[in-house]
Design a protein around this ligand. Structure first.
Ligand SMILES: [Mg+2]
Length: 176
């Protein structure tokens, strides 16, 4: 029997993995348009002629998820978190079937200390039971029964009413 550890569920895209940076990279490569991270919002993309509806198709392309950069400090902080908490990586990945393998491989490369038993690739997240959920999308946080924590991303700056962390250093201060 384990001693009770608090359980933290942690999202991948735009929390552990720099999905915003990946879009910025492909927009530059494929459209020749260099944008800042905070410009990755549909209002801005429309004016640049690269609407998000078009970019969204990239989510089904081979390699999109596999070559993201880990978010700054995420590996270092995660390595400490897993010693103190029961940490589950929870990613709504099934919509993009090719991402399942890519995400498992990506985690093995960048977070080799996370055992595969603690990786949950799913559809909905509302049935996830944990003490905390750290995620960048309100749709995942709104029905969560534990403490929801929003991880700052360009598309959620306006959201109020959630505890917020802006980066992994702040996750470290909050939990370690
Ligand atoms: Mg996310």
């Amino acid at each position: 029997m384990h001693n009770y550890q608090q359980r933290i569920a942690i999202d991948m895209d735009d929390v552990m993995a720099d999905a915003t940076g990946r879009f910025v990279e492909w927009i530059a490569e494929r459209h020749g348009v260099v944008i800042e991270r905070h410009q990755l919002r549909d209002e801005v993309l429309q004016t640049l002629g690269v609407p998000y509806a078009q970019l969204r198709k990239w989510l089904w392309e081979d390699g999109f998820f596999r070559y993201m950069q880990p978010m700054p400090d995420s590996q270092k902080v995660m390595q400490e978190l897993v010693k103190k908490y029961e940490v589950f990586v929870v990613s709504a990945a099934v919509e993009f079937p090719q991402s399942l393998r890519e995400k498992v491989d990506w985690l093995a490369e960048h977070f080799p200390f996370i055992d595969w038993r603690y990786i949950v690739l799913c559809g909905h997240k509302y049935m996830i039971q944990a003490d905390y959920l750290i995620d960048d999308h309100e749709k995942n946080l709104i029905h969560f029964t534990g403490t929801p924590i929003i991880f700052t991303a360009p598309h959620n700056l306006h959201l109020q009413g959630y505890e917020r962390v802006n980066n992994w250093a702040e996750i470290g201060e909050r939990f370690l």
